[in-house]
Ligand binder design. Structure first.
Ligand code: APR
Length: 244
């Protein structure tokens, strides 16, 4: 097999066809909110109830969302690679659980998860599927200091050690549905490309860092990813971008 370890970075675009809105739209608003109000520690300090309501609503709404053909194709890629003694690590910036619903494993949520809450007092986090607000007690320390377990702007992403290892070890890097403007994720491609690894971009339109990728596959992920996976598994090679 030409490639043994594939690192896949996913962003909001992979879940768009499942009905979950992407972050960056033309009006700069995210579900009618300013990002500073709902995705920064300062916003949470200013108005915790607004932020709780925002993520509570999203947590409930994502419950009914299903993985699309792109998520499912990644699961197929992961299974087939493992049968051939290879490996696929999925690093996602998404806070939804669609990779898990698609039965993928080895999924690293670098920006946190909707189905988890974090105690600002004791620092512990745990799985959570209900609404959360200023009255929710931490199951560990009992303080009413719970917040969404989401990495907001100005905070350090999770699992960076494991991600760094995957960046060093992979021999193929694939980014799917991410705009390439939020760091550190937007910088992963540069590390991989400096090491001479093929770097593949899948997006509707070229992302902000498109020039660093060696291959750019444009189109809806729900169409391009299954086509890519089938070609890749059959030919043990990368398809020409015009072929998908
Ligand atoms: N198929 C492929 N790509 C798509 C599709 C689709 N069906 N729909 C949208 N896209 C692409 C868009 O062209 C865009 O480049 O997905 C990308 C989504 O970009 P963003 O909304 O910026 O999402 P993302 O890159 O994941 O954001 C990164 O920013 O707001 C923070 O923490 C948040 O994790 C998030 C991070």
């Amino acid at each position: 097999m030409r490639y043994q370890h594939i690192l896949v970075l996913t962003g909001a675009g992979i879940s768009a066809e499942s009905g979950i809105p992407v972050f960056r739209s033309e009006d700069g608003l995210w579900e009618n909110h300013r990002v500073e109000d709902v995705a920064t520690p300062e916003g949470f300090e200013r108005n915790p109830q607004l932020v709780h309501d925002f993520y509570n609503q999203m947590r409930q709404s994502v419950k009914s969302k299903q993985p699309n053909a792109a998520h499912l194709a990644l699961t197929k890629l992961q299974r087939e690679m493992e049968q051939r003694q290879g490996r696929v690590t999925i690093v996602t910036q998404n806070i939804d659980d669609l990779h898990e619903k698609a039965q993928s494993h080895d999924v690293i949520h670098m920006h946190g998860e909707l189905n988890s809450i974090l105690c600002s007092h004791c620092g512990k986090s745990y799985e959570w599927h209900e609404d959360c607000d200023g009255t929710t007690e931490c199951k560990f320390c009992g303080h009413k200091t719970m917040r969404p377990d989401i990495v907001w702007f100005g905070e350090i992403p999770y699992h960076m050690d494991a991600i760094e290892r995957a960046i060093m070890q992979c021999d193929l890097f694939i980014a799917i549905g991410t705009s390439g403007v939020v760091y550190p994720a937007a910088g992963f491609v540069s590390y991989c490309s400096r090491q001479g690894k093929p770097c593949l971009e899948f997006n509707l339109t070229p992302s902000a860092n498109s020039g660093v990728f060696t291959h750019s596959y444009l189109g809806k992920a729900g169409t391009t990813i299954p086509a890519f996976v089938d070609y890749f598994l059959e030919h043990d090679a990368l398809p020409d971008p015009s072929a998908l």
